[in-house]
Design a protein around this ligand. Structure first.
Ligand code: IMP
Ligand code: MG
Length: 175
């Protein structure tokens, strides 16, 4: 069994989410806006974030992109296993991602969504991992910058475990 070290408490996460929601509201006022959550990792982050958005003109959709197998190492290919269902042409769109590691997933999604000709395409990520970044995609709304480590909880998993935890932990593997 691996051990878990607390990295971000519930309070810290919620405080940051309120700040992100405020910034997004300020940038878009009451303009219509589509939030696209990346499954499965961003499901808790997106649902908490939305509860602090005051803009009444929002739509929500999900996309499922897989770039990781059942381990913690990034594989080079990205597959779309659930497509976006809302038309995005001419819309303001925000991709909501849980965590950015190499940036491969985001780069793929950004380019994929661009093809639908949105009016505006922004990225919001709860965690930006500095350690392994290969593809540098600018993130418009960042929650936390984390130097290193494999994180779980609050939607993030390790081989599908720990997604339900209300805080974020670093996984410490047994030697
Ligand atoms: P990237 O394509 O290398 O940027 O990886 C992004 C995806 O890998 C994220 O959307 C997560 O699903 C997963 N991932 C990357 N780092 C972690 C981590 O520390 N914990 C859990 N999942 C991670
Ligand atoms: Mg993800």
């Amino acid at each position: 069994m691996e051990k878990l070290n607390l990295v971000l408490s519930k309070e810290k996460i919620l405080q940051k989410i309120k700040e992100l929601a405020e910034k997004i509201d300020k940038d878009f006022n009451n303009e219509s806006l589509v939030f696209i959550g990346t499954l499965k990792g961003a499901f808790i982050f997106l649902s908490d974030l939305l509860r602090y958005i005051k803009n009444p003109n929002i739509q929500i959709d999900f996309v499922r992109v897989k770039s990781y197998g059942m381990s913690d190492t990034s594989s080079e290919n990205v597959i779309l296993t659930k497509d976006i269902e809302i038309p995005l042409e001419g819309k303001n769109v925000i991709i909501v991602e849980d965590i950015v590691d190499t940036g491969l997933t985001l780069k793929y999604l950004y380019e994929y969504i661009k093809k639908f000709n949105p009016k505006n395409l922004k990225i919001c990520a709860l965690i930006d991992k500095k350690e392994r970044k290969k593809f540098n995609i600018p993130i418009d709304y960042v929650g936390f910058e984390i130097e290193k480590g494999f994180l779980v909880g609050y939607g993030l998993d390790f081989a599908e475990k720990y997604r339900h935890l209300p805080e974020i932990y670093e996984v410490i593997k047994d030697e």
